[in-house]
Ligand binder design. Sequence first.
Ligand code: UT7
Length: 330
Amino acid sequence: MNKIKIVSTGKYLPPKILTNFDLEKMVDTSNEWIVTRTGIKERRIVEDTVATSDIATFAAKECLDKAGVSPDEIDTIIVATITPDMFFPSTACIVHKKLGGKNEPFSFDISAACSGFVYGLAIAESLLRTAKSKKLLLIGAETLSKVTNWKDRNTCVLFGDGAGAMLLSTTTDENESDGIISTYLSSDGNYDNLLYIPAGGSRMPATKETVEKNLHTITMSGKEVFKVAVTKMVESVIRCCQEANITPQQLDLLIPHQANLRIINAVGERLNLDPQKVFVNVDRYGNMSAATTIVGLDEAISQGRIKKGSLVGLVAFGGGFTWGAAILRI
Ligand code: UT7
């Protein structure tokens, strides 16, 4: 089995900032409510003409530039997203075009909502271990602002746009330690109606009426999602650590999905982690679904909070419900 190297990471956050004070002018909410209940202060929003493939490509370019790798060398592109540019072709194929590679990589999207990047890591691991892939670009990218009901205060204060990318390769270098230590994935479709977009698919195709009723936007039963999210994220970290033969306290940093500061804190407390070892950026970006953990990882590396050799846990939970964790050696 091949050894895997995490070569580089990159990210892209759109420059436009939407603050809680801006939202106060749009719906019946307050900065105080949003900060106390979620920890979010601001989020990034793309311009109307920008699609998920655009920001995914920016993140991918930064990642490839850091590694000095040409798009021509990439043999696999995976994009985790629930806001693809369109049903098909996949956002991954569009990213291939935008990167300008002359190669013909194997490219596809995965739909696992907020757990998408962690799911992607497990898929990437299988492809690299078995040499089906040798240089793989894994991207988590979302333009959730495009599927947000800006009149619904229950949801519109929560989400943001952003993208993150990771370049992974096989390695034969004996001095390199293995980059993916363990992964754990799970789901339960019985919760499918607690966090979803009702219309626009084959169940309820787009009509004038579905659009008028805002059925193409995110619908969530926040309280129910909250409870399951905490339980399943804690369980995922424990299971993934067991597989890696370590305790959660041995992680140098845990990067949890960034949906709500209260969820992040509850996960850290239940795992008995020093708060310094739990990464938070939800205050600046809100919930970016599949982009959250990879943007967090890229920021943690650039802030010097983790460095080569650090043991990092990623854990996520989202619509489906889906959940999972990955333990990486950076
Ligand atoms: O990414 C996938 C995972 N997603 C999540 O994990 C999200 C999980 N859920 C949550 O983060 C929280 O449940 C929310 C932040 C969505 C909501 O927080 P909550 O503490 O569960 O509040 P709530 O839904 O019970 O609402 C409490 C009150 C309600 O008013 P009443 O019925 O008590 O009068 C809401 O109508 O707060 C009201 N409310 C708001 N008030 C001001 C709901 N949204 C707002 C708002 N501004 N934006």
